[in-house]
Design a binder for this molecule. Structure first.
Ligand code: GLN
Length: 203
């Protein structure tokens, strides 16, 4: 079983750890460069991207993490994690730092301009067994993707979706996966299992 890290500076670390274990991985919380060096892949959890960005600098993880991503380490970011992995952020804070690895533009708090949270059932490319329940909490969405980025899910045009209908909320570029929502909160391990498969393929 691959050893998957969960960046454990802030955010919903325990929920990701549980989902990864159900998805077939061994899990290591990552707070130090030595821990980062040991993992086969990393989850960047949901939480608050500006806080996580600051803590990445305080814990001296920003550069080591950028290096591992540049070297092809598999990564999965949910919500704030998606924001951190994106190359560019709209409506971010001026001092917010990016890890990079995902060639997309995200808009921070995109749903939050209308509602704080929103739920939908999504078709998720590469995840079998029916729609995935998506919980969005002050979530970003993806405004645009570069060539080479696969769109895996968009918001369905349902009542209540409003402006969000059709927006991109799950993407993959090579071994980097990201969702604007939180599969770690719904007890459905399929998205995490998909990520563990990517880690296994890379190993
Ligand atoms: N709004 C948060 C941010 O900007 C993300 C919210 C979340 O991860 N649930 O980082």
């Amino acid at each position: 079983r691959p050893l998957v890290g969960v960046l454990a500076l802030q955010g919903d670390v325990r929920e990701h750890a549980a989902a990864l274990e159900s998805g077939g991985a061994r899990v290591l919380p990552v707070r130090r460069p030595e821990e980062l060096a040991r993992v086969d892949g990393l989850v960047v959890p949901g939480g608050e991207s500006t806080t996580m960005s600051r803590l990445l600098e305080v814990f001296e993880l920003l550069d080591p993490l950028r290096e591992r991503l540049a070297a092809g380490m598999p990564a999965y970011g949910s919500c704030a994690g998606m924001i951190l992995l994106a190359e560019r952020v709209l409506d971010g804070r001026a001092d917010q730092r990016q890890l990079g690895g995902l060639d997309v533009v995200v808009r921070r708090n995109a749903f939050g301009r209308q509602v704080d949270s929103f739920e939908a059932e999504l078709d998720f490319a590469g995840v079998d067994g029916g729609p995935v329940k998506a919980v969005f909490i002050r979530a970003p969405w993806v405004e645009s993707v570069a060539e080479g980025v696969d769109v895996l899910a968009t918001v369905p045009d349902t009542p209540g979706a409003g402006d969000a209908a059709g927006r991109i909320v799950a993407v993959r570029q090579g071994r980097v996966l990201a969702t604007a929502f939180h599969p770690e909160l719904t007890g459905d391990p399929r998205v995490h299992r998909r990520f563990v498969d990517l880690v296994r393929e890379a190993a």
